[in-house]
Design a protein around this ligand. Structure first.
Ligand SMILES: [Zn+2]
Length: 120
């Protein structure tokens, strides 16, 4: 199955933030996240039991690791790996919408199950 953001229903992550899951395998998943600075609530601090790579497709992301006291400004074209268990939060800088490509490995169980149901 080949999917485009036009074919897939996004899920709301938090107010103003949406995720389109485009491909899910046993070991990896791919999604696009859009965050609209005009309506977005602050990004919660998230921690995962999977590795995650984010790549900025458009806009500027202020990324923070609050527990480690680190932050980065990520511009279009830059990428960052989040290790398992590292708390992170991010969000758009300025008025431009933020578009993030998100690779998660292994994929979170709930999206893997949803994906299989949809395919069958
Ligand atoms: Zn994350």
């Amino acid at each position: 199955m080949a999917a485009s953001v036009k074919d897939v229903e996004p899920t709301e992550l938090w107010k103003g933030a949406k995720r389109w899951v485009l491909a899910v395998g046993k070991n990896v998943s791919l999604a696009i996240v859009e965050i609209d600075p005009k309506i977005a609530a602050p990004h919660p601090v998230l921690k995962h039991d999977h590795e995650e790579i984010i790549y900025i497709l458009g806009g500027t992301n202020k990324l923070e690791y609050p527990e480690l006291g680190k932050e980065w400004i990520m511009k279009t074209g830059s990428a960052k790996l989040h290790d398992i268990g590292v708390g992170h939060k991010g969000g758009p800088v300025g008025d431009e919408k933020l578009y993030v490509l998100e690779v998660r490995a292994p994929p979170p169980k709930e999206i893997e199950v949803k994906w299989r149901e949809k395919k069958s």
